[in-house]
Ligand binder design. Sequence first.
Ligand code: FPP
Length: 262
Amino acid sequence: MIQRLKDWLVGYQSAPDKDDGEWIPHLQDGPLPKHVAVIMDGNGRWAKKRGLPRMAGHRAGMKSVRHVTRAADDLEKIEALTLYSFSTENWKRPKDEINYLMSLPEEFIRTDLDELVERNIQVRMLGNKEELPSHTVDAIGKFEEATADNTGMVLNFAMNYGSRFEIIQATRKIIDDVKSGKMNRDDVDETLFNQYLLTANLPEPDLMIRTSGEMRISNFMTWQLAYSELWFTDVLWPDFGRKEFFEAIQDFQRRSRRYGAV
Ligand code: FPP
């Protein structure tokens, strides 16, 4: 009882300032999430605070993508990291901002592909490719091709992704397969439904992180997040780095996951 109270209190304090060398063995000692999903929010506000255009915030956010990818990979046991990079609702943004966001995969190839290959990371995309500009699809294709044989962590960019769209698409495909006699209506259960989602071959996210103080899911993996631990921080995405990522993992390790049981 006393230990649990102590754990609870410690869990609400900020993480001790460990130097980098200490974080890894410390976290590897506890349970690590297999899949971490991140809503990278606050790029615009980060830029505004500095009197910069919103694009500067997205550019700075790319550095956080790099730092968090390295941190997740360095923990060695995280199988997948999914980053919400462009939602189906983001098309409502000004054209120049959309164009800039669509150019980021090409930029990321220039700056990070070599390191990702070296780290044995597989890059994938989650979302509807059809509405993306061809140069963005080509860049993603290059990433996927160059890292297809890698066997390490999956780095998943959710681009033009929306959970409701994904669920509707899955439902349509299931209806087609029932109609064509491939399976029966009664075969449809949670396991089968999972197989029709874009995340079919990934573990469910154990941890979902959202930056910038917003506490919403925003149409991100709503089916998959059913039992995930949620971690919110006021830190804006461009200020979110290795230390903040490790703090989130440390907090995850202090949670007791019961999946509805006592
Ligand atoms: C939300 O902040 C952020 C995004 C919509 C885009 C995030 C994308 C990246 C950081 C880069 C992704 C990298 C690749 C390679 C695809 P916001 O603009 O909504 O911030 P605000 O809420 O402060 O306005």
